[in-house]
Design a binder for this molecule. Structure first.
Ligand SMILES: Cc1cc2nc3c(=O)[nH]c(=O)nc-3n(C[C@H](O)[C@H](O)[C@H](O)COP(=O)(O)OP(=O)(O)OC[C@H]3O[C@@H](n4cnc5c(N)ncnc54)[C@H](O)[C@@H]3O)c2cc1C
Length: 443
């Protein structure tokens, strides 16, 4: 089962996964002298501010992804990058420490997925532009046809997938790519196609765009992402990221509710990053998107394949990087090896399995973190180790690297684990615990 000249490909969803899949398929097809027609269904206009133009995300892109995109011919223009981060500041209940980038190339890019938060339109002309719009335009330039409609129904037409959108508008495709993310009703349409697909496990998260003004953001946050390891029940991850005049607050955790958010906003560690006297506005641009936490079931069949968040992704980090990896694997499989279930099983599934396995390791690390996070002495020893590594130019900075990679998403959990569990790191960590114990006994 192969693509032939004038085969039709329908891609449902024009977020990063859908747009990049379109780009990579069209690029590979051109190189192999194959003429394919690609329709990209995406109802959103990413040039709008607020929820209508936004795909709800922290908007941090690791340096390794910026480089991978460039290698694939996707050079992010300056107006998409609102800020670059060259440090992480770790705040705990017992103090803080800063982890600097090991080299210039390790800068992390901060982007808005749409045209910016609700209310930003009053600042016209806006000095930044949308990441998702850029990718969608790139797909159009490569030859994809953008159909600005929401797909309403999916079914089969004599063994080929059929897509219905507006009243009476129906088209049959040789290949259907699902790139609908996790946040819409699109997932159930794919379940109802009865090829065995079950969506990934997901949980609710929270994002708010806090307006401080550029000067205050620079003064309070600098060029650093602020990560808070606080002992708040259910909290898994909390970060404030500078983005031009905004600070993006991202909260991951179990059962995020008003009480948890109240505790976060009132915590002294978080409040010290706010301008003096700053109060959370009654109306902030915020959302509670779903985040991927477990693999899907049967993400492909003959003539249909799922990519991006609605397939496999990376646990709590680098979702756009994961979308890139699967878009590449999907394009390579479909153009070079065909569109049968067997082709996807052989050439696409390994990329998904690699991510799923790595997430398993990540899950183990997160559950260890949750157990030891409340222990004061562990937090103090961690800060002590980081400070010593950062102040020693000869140190290999393995612990700092492990934390940098965890927050930025630059490396796999396997690499992070190898760095964190390095015998040298362990020895320094346990001696830091010993030092803390001795200091306590003295006092
Ligand atoms: C709180 C939070 C913070 C995050 N922070 C980061 C981060 O800092 N860095 C990072 O790399 N990743 C981050 N992610 C993950 C990232 O947002 C996702 O991994 C990424 O958006 C996945 O891209 P996608 O294209 O698969 O899905 P999406 O971006 O969700 O795109 C899906 C698209 O499909 C369209 N669609 C849906 N249904 C239909 C339909 N029926 N017809 C037509 N179109 C349809 C939607 O309009 C949407 O545009 C974060 C996620 C969360 C929840």
């Amino acid at each position: 089962m192969q693509l032939e000249n004038h085969s039709r490909i329908g891609i449902v969803g024009g977020g990063p996964a859908g747009s990049m899949t379109a780009c990579f398929i069209l690029d590979l097809a051109k190189r192999t002298d194959l003429i394919v027609e690609v329709d990209l269904f995406e109802p959103r206009d990413f040039t709008l501010t607020g929820p209508p133009g936004c795909n709800m995300c922290g908007g941090v892109i690791s340096e390794s992804l910026v480089q991978k995109l460039a290698v694939s011919g996707i050079h992010l223009p300056a107006e998409i990058i609102l800020d670059t981060i060259d440090a992480y500041t770790l705040h705990t209940d017992h103090g803080n420490a800063q982890i600097g980038a090991a080299c210039e190339e390790m800068r992390i890019a901060c982007i808005f997925r749409g045209q910016g938060p609700k209310g930003a339109e009053t600042q016209k002309p806006l000095p930044w532009s949308s990441f998702d719009h850029y990718l969608l335009e790139l797909a159009r330039q490569q030859g994809a046809q953008w159909i600005k409609k929401r797909v309403k129904k999916l079914d089969w037409d004599q063994g080929r997938p059929r897509v219905s959108w507006s009243e009476g508008e129906v088209r049959t495709y040789d290949l259907l790519v699902g790139a609908v993310g996790l946040n819409g009703p699109g997932l159930s349409m794919f379940e109802q196609m009865n090829f065995g697909y079950r969506p990934p496990r997901h949980t609710k998260s929270y994002i708010a765009e806090l307006y401080f003004g550029s000067k205050e953001v620079e003064k309070r946050l600098g060029k650093s992402m602020h990560v808070f390891l606080l002992n708040i029940p259910g909290l898994k991850f909390l970060a404030l990221t500078p983005k031009g005049p905004y600070a993006t607050l991202v909260v991951l955790g179990d059962d995020i509710d008003e009480t948890m958010l109240e505790r976060i906003y009132q915590s002294p560690q978080v409040a010290q990053c706010f301008p003096p006297g700053w109060k959370v506005p009654v109306v902030t641009c915020h959302c509670q998107p779903r985040i991927h936490i477990g693999p899907p079931r049967h993400p492909f069949a003959d003539r249909v394949v799922m990519v991006g968040d609605c397939s496999s992704s990376r646990l709590f980090k680098d979702g756009i990087g994961a979308a890139y990896t699967l878009a590449k694997a999907c394009a390579y499989t479909t153009v070079v090896h065909g569109i049968s279930k067997e082709a996807f099983q052989h050439y696409y599934a390994p990329a998904c399995r690699k991510m799923d396995f790595d997430n398993f390791l990540g899950g183990v690390m997160f559950s260890m973190d949750r157990r030891i996070r409340p222990v004061a002495i562990v937090q103090e020893a961690l800060l002590d180790c980081i400070r010593r590594e950062q102040n020693d130019p000869t140190s290999p900075r393995k612990l700092s690297m492990a934390l940098w990679d965890t927050f930025s998403g630059s490396a796999s959990y396997r690499t992070i684990f190898a760095n964190a569990a390095n015998p040298g790191v362990m020895a320094r960590f346990f001696s830091a615990i010993l030092r803390q114990l001795l200091a306590r006994m003295k006092n």
